[in-house]
Write a new protein. Structure first.
Ligand SMILES: NC(=O)c1ccc[n+]([C@@H]2O[C@H](COP(=O)([O-])OP(=O)(O)OC[C@H]3O[C@@H](n4cnc5c(N)ncnc54)[C@H](OP(=O)(O)O)[C@@H]3O)[C@@H](O)[C@H]2O)c1
Length: 280
């Protein structure tokens, strides 16, 4: 597995498995199978209400805890809950996570960020991150952070390659982790002629070409899947390299198109909602 080195010296695998919208049973299965086939990065969140299942998937995989880069996210309802980090660790069944995000710039997000910094100092989070903090939010945080985050997680795929945000990230050596790397499975993205053509050239599927593009952009990818064949394909992307000309061709698809449009009203709703953390 290829790794990237974060701004605090820690290494993170460039490909992982995402678990958004996976039921506890599906998340447990996908995480276990992914780790058994060689994945070493797993992404979840308080809000996915599958953290206990992800923890079981890790244990059942037989892969040692210290070999897994485990990423999760505090939800806004937890930003002012002083026990939020410990409760998250308890659900996951671990005594540290490798990466802890604040999930949304909603509610008292600065209190949430302070919790991340505290968890980092205490060794409960080996690295920290901000999720959905593009634009004015990262600008505001820059004035207040005591520890520079290692990661930002944002929507990124060939229709939106985050060129503006990347200028700020380069300044602080913050890595980008792409969510919706396959456009949440959008067939019109995956079947763009350029990906079909490159897939034929390299003996890969369109989805694999897209994921390889992410890693060559310097992004970490965490495609979500409950299909074991897709999970296997998504890991099998590091044995070919797109040329500069091919990367430039793919860059032409960027039209700043997001699949998910978040509004200020939604941020307020996020702050008011508390996930029904699963008991199982
Ligand atoms: N921070 C945030 O706010 C945020 C938001 C969204 C997501 N995320 C994170 O990012 C991860 C990725 O996002 P996502 O899972 O929503 O979207 P995604 O990875 O872009 O797409 C997932 C969809 O693509 C399909 N798929 C996966 N591999 C495929 C392949 N090789 N060929 C064809 N189809 C394939 C999956 O279906 P099958 O199950 O049939 O394979 C699923 O429907 C999430 O799981 C989560 O960890 C974070």
């Amino acid at each position: 597995m290829e790794n990237i080195t974060l701004n605090n010296g820690i290494k993170c695998p460039v490909v992982g498995i995402g678990t958004f919208m996976l039921s506890p049973a599906a998340a447990e299965n996908s995480v276990r199978e992914a780790l058994k086939m060689g994945y070493r990065l797993v992404d979840t969140a308080n809000a996915y209400v599958n953290e206990r299942a992800v923890g079981r998937g890790i244990k059942d995989s037989g892969v040692a805890r210290e070999e897994v880069f485990l990423s999760t996210k505090l939800w806004p309802s937890e930003y002012e809950n002083d026990s939020a980090v410990d409760e998250t660790l308890e659900r996951l069944g671990v005594d540290y996570v490798d990466l802890l995000y604040i999930h949304q710039p909603a509610g008292n997000w600065l209190a949430g960020y302070r919790q991340l910094e505290k968890a980092y100092r205490e060794g409960k989070a080996k690295s920290i991150g901000i999720s959905n903090f593009e634009g004015k939010y990262i600008e505001e945080l820059q004035k207040k952070w005591e520890i520079v985050p290692q990661f930002i997680q944002v929507e990124a795929h060939p229709y939106i390659n985050q060129s503006e945000l990347r200028q700020t990230l380069e300044k602080y050596d913050i890595k980008l982790m792409s969510w919706y790397p396959l456009g949440h499975g959008d067939k019109s993205l995956i079947n763009e002629p350029v990906f079909t053509e490159l897939g034929k050239k390299y003996g890969k599927t369109g989805a694999q070409v897209i994921l390889r593009w992410h890693t060559q952009m310097g992004f970490v990818v965490i495609p979500g899947s409950k299909n074991v064949d897709h999970i296997r394909d998504n890991l099998n992307i590091l044995d070919f390299t797109l040329t500069d000309a091919e990367m430039a061709e793919i860059a032409k698809l960027d039209n700043n198109r997001r699949y998910y449009h978040r509004t200020d009203a939604q941020l307020e709703q996020f702050a008011a909602w508390r996930p029904d953390f699963e008991k199982r």
